[in-house]
Design a protein around this ligand. Structure first.
Ligand code: SF4
Ligand code: SF4
Ligand code: FES
Length: 266
C-alpha cells in the first residue's frame, strides 16, 4: 500500500514537472473547482490541480512553498460536512474535493506608531479590544494550516503576555484562515504581529546584528546591491534559477509554474 502511494506521488510529480503525457498517468481523481468537475492527476497539490484545470493564478499565489500565506483555500470533501481550510500549494488533492479559493480576509488593521508604544502587553488590548470577545471555541486553531495553537496565543494576548504570543505565533504566515472563521471577528495575525514587534522592541540588539548594520552603513554591500539592481528581468530570473539549483531545490529544466500541458512557464 505504502509503495503504491509513493508511486502515485512520483507519478504526480512527474506529471507536473516534466510534463508526461496524460496517457501515461495511471492515477486520476475528480475534483470540483467552483462547482465544475475536473479530472486531474492524483496527488498533485491543489494549486497544481487548479492550474492543470486551466486556471491561471494572477492573485492568490506567491511563494508556492508554504511561506507567504497567499493561497488560502476552503474545501469540502463529499460525504464530510466539515468546511476545511488549506494552503493550496501545500495540500494534495483528494477525490471528490469541492474547493474554492477565497479572497484575502478583509481584516482591519489599526494604525500605530511602534516608536511611540511602550513594550507592554496592555497595548494589545488597547488596539484590539475585540480580544475580550474570544469565546474560546478553538475554531481558529482548527483552521490554522501551520498547526499553531492560535486560541492559546489569543488568550495570551488577552493576558498581555507578549513573550507567550511571540513564541506561540512565531510560525504564522498571515494566511488569514483563522480570522475568517472567528465568531468574535478577531484578526489574529495582526494581534500577533503587534505582539512580536513590541516584544522585539524590549529585547537587547545582539552584537552580530549591530555589526551587520555597521557593515551595511559603511557600504560593504553597496556594490553588490547596485549590481543586482542593474540586472534585467531575464538576468534576475537566471540568477534565481542558478541559486535554486545550487541549493538543490530546482533541477535544470524544471518549471516554476505548471500549466495544463505540464510543460510549465518558466
Ligand atoms: S495563525 Fe492564522 S493567519 Fe497565522 S498561519 Fe495560522 S491560520 Fe494563518
Ligand atoms: S475562533 Fe475566535 S472566538 Fe474562537 S477561540 Fe479563536 S479567537 Fe476565540
Ligand atoms: S503560495 Fe505562498 S503559501 Fe501557498
Amino acid at each position: 500500500m505504502g509503495q503504491e502511494i509513493m508511486e502515485r506521488i512520483r507519478e504526480a510529480n512527474e506529471a507536473v514537472i516534466t510534463g508526461i503525457d496524460d496517457a501515461d498517468i495511471k492515477h486520476w481523481v475528480t475534483i470540483y473547482i467552483m462547482g465544475k468537475a475536473y479530472r486531474v492527476p492524483a496527488d498533485i497539490t491543489l494549486m497544481q490541480a487548479i492550474e492543470y484545470a486551466g486556471y491561471r493564478f494572477v492573485r492568490g499565489a506567491g511563494c508556492r512553498a508554504g511561506f507567504c500565506g497567499a493561497c488560502a483555500t476552503v474545501y469540502r470533501v463529499a460525504g464530510d460536512w466539515r468546511l476545511k481550510a488549506a494552503l493550496a500549494c501545500q495540500t494534495r488533492v483528494e477525490d471528490g474535493m469541492y474547493l474554492v479559493q477565497i479572497p484575502f480576509a478583509p481584516a482591519g488593521k489599526p494604525a500605530y506608531d511602534l516608536e511611540k508604544e511602550p513594550p507592554e502587553g496592555s497595548v494589545l488590548l488597547r488596539y484590539f479590544p475585540e480580544l475580550a470577545r474570544c469565546v474560546a471555541c478553538n475554531t481558529c486553531t482548527k483552521a490554522c494550516p501551520q498547526e499553531l495553537e492560535v486560541m492559546d496565543y489569543i488568550q495570551a494576548a488577552l493576558r498581555g503576555d507578549l513573550a507567550a504570543v511571540t513564541e506561540l505565533s512565531f510560525d504564522c504566515i498571515q494566511c488569514g484562515l483563522c480570522s475568517i472563521r472567528c465568531p468574535a471577528e478577531i484578526v489574529h495575525y495582526h494581534v500577533a504581529q503587534l505582539a512580536r514587534r513590541l516584544y522585539g522592541k524590549s529585547l537587547p540588539v545582539p552584537e552580530h546584528v549591530e555589526e551587520r548594520v555597521r557593515e551595511v552603513e559603511a557600504g560593504k554591500y553597496a556594490e553588490e546591491f547596485e549590481r543586482i539592481m542593474s540586472l534585467g528581468r531575464e538576468e534576475i530570473e537566471e540568477l534565481y534559477r542558478k541559486e535554486q539549483r545550487e541549493k538543490g531545490g530546482l533541477k535544470s529544466g524544471d518549471a516554476s509554474r505548471v500549466t495544463r500541458n505540464g510543460r510549465g512557464e518558466g
